[in-house]
Ligand binder design. Structure first.
Ligand SMILES: [Fe+2]
Length: 299
């Protein structure tokens, strides 16, 4: 029989950290903190002073249910709570949401950057906004780096609905409105598998999927609207061309996309991996959904 190593009495167990977490931590230390140090802290000071912009998008499509016409969604993503996103900076985005009073708040993942501890007040701040249809959240890849179960628990305990390959139905003006969400999935095939698992509890009107690579399958199974994040819009984009950016691994990396009558909006997010954004400001998005002829407008 083997013996188990344990910490000395009185010392708490150190969390077990995955190879992925340790690699991400090294990358963060070298490329983010290291680059910032080389600029004498200038990068982070500039980054910290930038407020998220508020963006209003109106999307009309015949596939959106008539009964849910006019739904106003507050869409946020990729806070990356940690060194580049303290509570004070995160609250700028929460306040931007509060000023718009959306009916529902949808957070498409990467709430934390590396370590999850300390994020609890941010999770509670979303709930304190008290949107009438509630707060919904799905896990992103960064949420899973240290302990995805812990991030999901913190959100749930705060009062956020965490959709893990699952759906939930709420009532809006007497009509059922089904929201679905899937855990982090890296490849299109993994996205498909998770979406199929979610569909066992019914087809949602609105899907939260951190990775925009889920859209092909979401559209194929007839989900009218998908919300995604993950790409950060590459953080560096061509002027006035948010879709032409550094997120080379993604063909859909910023803004609105369509397949037939189904739609996906990819937000460039609130936070950052690296304290620099060019032509790609952090954003809080207010989406109004309309049933009608295909059209889209934004400010
Ligand atoms: Fe992210």
């Amino acid at each position: 029989m083997g013996s188990k190593r344990s910490n000395a009495p009185g010392k708490p167990d150190k969390p077990k950290r995955s190879v992925k977490f340790r690699k991400a931590k090294v990358r963060h230390t070298v490329f983010t903190l290291g680059a910032n140090r080389l600029t004498g802290g200038w990068l982070k000071r500039k980054h910290d002073a930038q407020q998220p912009v508020k963006r209003h998008v109106e999307i009309s499509t015949p596939s959106w249910p008539k009964a849910l016409d006019g739904l106003r969604i507050g869409h946020v993503s990729d806070f990356h709570f940690g060194d580049l996103m303290n509570l004070e900076k995160a609250m700028m985005a929460v306040e931007a949401l509060a000023s718009e009073s959306p009916e529902i708040i949808c957070n498409t993942g990467d709430l934390v950057d590396l370590e999850w501890m300390g994020v609890e007040p941010l999770a509670r701040a979303f709930v304190e906004l008290n949107p009438p249809l509630g707060n919904f959240f799905v896990l992103g890849n960064h949420d899973e780096l240290e302990d995805g179960e812990a991030v999901a628990r913190v959100a749930t305990e705060a009062g956020i609905h965490v959709l893990r390959d699952d759906t939930m139905t709420v009532s809006r003006q007497g009509h059922d409105f089904r929201i679905g969400g899937v855990d982090w999935a890296r490849t299109p095939k993994q996205c498909t598998d998770r979406i199929d698992r979610m569909l066992q509890s019914g087809r949602p009107d609105l899907l939260l999927c951190h990775n925009p690579k889920g859209f092909d399958h979401a559209a194929a199974v007839g989900i009218p609207m998908t919300l995604s994040g993950h790409t950060h819009g590459g953080q560096i984009a061509r002027r006035n061309k948010p879709d032409a950016n550094m997120a080379f691994a993604h063909k859909r990396s910023a803004g609105l996309y369509e397949i037939g009558d189904n739609r996906m909006f990819v937000t460039v997010g609130v936070g950052a991996w690296f304290p620099l954004r060019m032509n790609c400001p952090a954003e809080v998005v207010i989406i109004t959904m309309r049933h009608g002829e295909p059209s889209a407008s934004h400010d």
